[in-house]
Ligand binder design. Structure first.
Ligand SMILES: NC(=O)c1ccc[n+]([C@@H]2O[C@H](COP(=O)([O-])OP(=O)(O)OC[C@H]3O[C@@H](n4cnc5c(N)ncnc54)[C@H](OP(=O)(O)O)[C@@H]3O)[C@@H](O)[C@H]2O)c1
Length: 308
C-alpha cells in the first residue's frame, strides 16, 4: 500500500480507502472478513455515511469491528452527514449535524470520528450554523477533522469564512468513465463538445491551491451506479488498453484503472466500494503501478475522449 500525510489531517493515510456503502449486504461475519482483508492489504481508511443503508452500513461495521482485533487507533474512520433520502432533504443545520454525529458514533460503537464530511450541499445552508456545530464536535472530542463532499469552490469559500477548523477533504466523483473533474480544463471554450462545460467552477484547481485532498468516489462505476466498466462490453477499447498496460506491470485491469486516478498529481485518494475481498486485492495492486505520462493519456483517450 502507499500512504500519504493529509495536509492538516491524519498522517499515514492509505491512498486507497474502503468505501462501506455496500456493507449492509454483508453478514457480520463477512464484514469482519472484509475489514480484516482490507487492513491486511494495508488499507487503514474507511468511508461511511449516515445514508448508506440508512445507518445500516455503520451499524454492521460497528458490530464487526471489535471481532477483527484491530485497534481503534490503527484505523482512520470517516463518515458523512446531511443526506436524508427518507425525508427527501439535505440538511446542514447545527442540530442535524450534531444529532447525526451522535447517531454515527452510537452505530459504529466508537467514541470519536477521525473525519466528518458534509455529504452534499444543503440548498439553504447557513455557514455560521455549520461553524457552531463543528466547534461543538471538535471541543467535545467527537470529531478530529472536517471536510466536505461534492462541494464547489464558492461553497467552500463561504464555509471557510466561518468555520475555524481546516476543511481537509472534498470527496468528488472521478474515474476513467466520469472525467468531468478534468475535462473542462482541457476542452475549455470548445463549442463542439459538452466536455467543455465547466460543471464545478474549477474545483480541481481550487482544491490543489487550498491543500484540500480530493477523495475520488466510484472509481470503477459507469455513470451513477450503472455497473463496473472493467470487462463491460460497452467499453472494448478501454478494456483492451487496461489489459495491455496490466500485462506490462503484471496486475489486473482494475488495478490499472485505479492507478490512473492515483497517477494524477493532485495526489488524490480513491474510495473502492467492492465488498468482495478478491476484487479488493486486485484493486490494491494499483500501488504497484506508476503509469508513465503517455500511458495516462492512452487510458484517457481509450475511455472515449479525444484531444481538442
Ligand atoms: N460522496 C459521495 O457522494 C459518494 C457517492 C457514491 C459513492 N461514494 C463512496 O465511494 C465508494 C465506492 O463507490 P462504488 O461502490 O459506487 O464504486 P466502485 O468502487 O467504483 O464500484 C464498485 C463496483 O465495481 C465492482 N467491481 C469492483 N472490482 C471489480 C472487479 N474486479 N470485477 C468486477 N467488478 C468489480 C463492484 O462489484 P463487487 O462488489 O462485486 O466487487 C461494484 O459493483 C462507496 O462505498 C462510498 O464510500 C461516495
Amino acid at each position: 500500500m502507499k500512504y500519504m500525510d493529509i495536509v492538516n489531517g491524519p498522517v499515514n493515510a492509505s491512498r486507497i480507502i474502503l468505501g462501506c456503502m455496500r456493507m449492509p449486504a454483508l453478514s457480520v461475519g463477512d464484514a469482519v472478513n472484509m475489514i480484516r482483508t482490507a487492513t491486511e492489504l494495508g488499507v487503514n481508511f474507511f468511508d461511511h455515511a449516515t445514508c448508506y443503508g440508512n445507518g445500516e452500513a455503520e451499524e454492521r461495521f460497528g458490530e464487526a469491528f471489535p471481532a477483527t482485533g484491530i485497534k481503534r487507533e490503527e484505523v482512520i474512520i470517516q463518515s458523512k452527514c446531511g443526506l436524508h433520502f427518507d425525508t427527501k432533504e439535505f440538511d446542514w443545520s447545527r442540530d442535524d449535524i450534531l444529532n447525526s454525529v451522535d447517531g454515527i458514533l452510537t452505530r459504529l460503537k466508537m467514541d470519536y470520528l477521525d473525519v466528518l464530511l458534509l455529504h452534499r450541499p444543503d440548498l439553504i445552508f447557513d455557514p455560521e450554523e455549520v461553524a457552531e456545530a463543528f466547534d461543538n464536535l471538535y471541543t467535545a472530542g467527537k470529531v478530529r477533522h472536517f471536510g466536505v463532499s461534492n462541494v464547489t469552490p464558492g461553497q467552500l469559500e463561504l464555509l471557510k469564512k466561518y468555520v475555524k477548523q481546516p476543511l481537509i477533504f472534498n470527496q468528488l466523483q472521478f474515474s476513467l468513465d466520469q472525467t468531468q473533474l478534468i475535462d473542462s480544463g482541457l476542452y475549455l471554450n470548445n463549442l463542439t463538445t459538452d466536455r467543455s462545460i465547466n460543471r464545478d467552477n474549477g474545483i480541481l484547481d481550487y482544491c490543489r491551491l487550498h491543500d484540500i485532498t480530493i477523495q475520488a468516489w466510484s472509481p470503477l462505476q459507469i455513470g451513477m451506479f450503472k455497473g463496473c466498466f472493467v470487462d463491460h462490453p460497452d467499453y472494448p477499447e478501454l478494456n483492451m488498453k487496461l489489459a495491455e498496460i496490466g500485462d506490462k506491470y503484471g496486475v489486473p485491469k482494475t488495478a490499472v484503472a485505479i492507478a490512473w486516478i492515483l497517477r494524477h498529481p493532485a495526489k488524490m485518494q480513491t474510495i473502492a466500494g467492492t465488498m468482495n475481498p478478491e476484487h479488493l486485492k486486485d484493486i490494491c495492486d494499483a500501488v504497484k503501478v506508476d503509469l508513465t505520462h503517455r500511458e495516462w493519456y492512452e487510458l484517457y483517450l481509450a475511455s472515449g475522449k479525444f484531444l481538442p
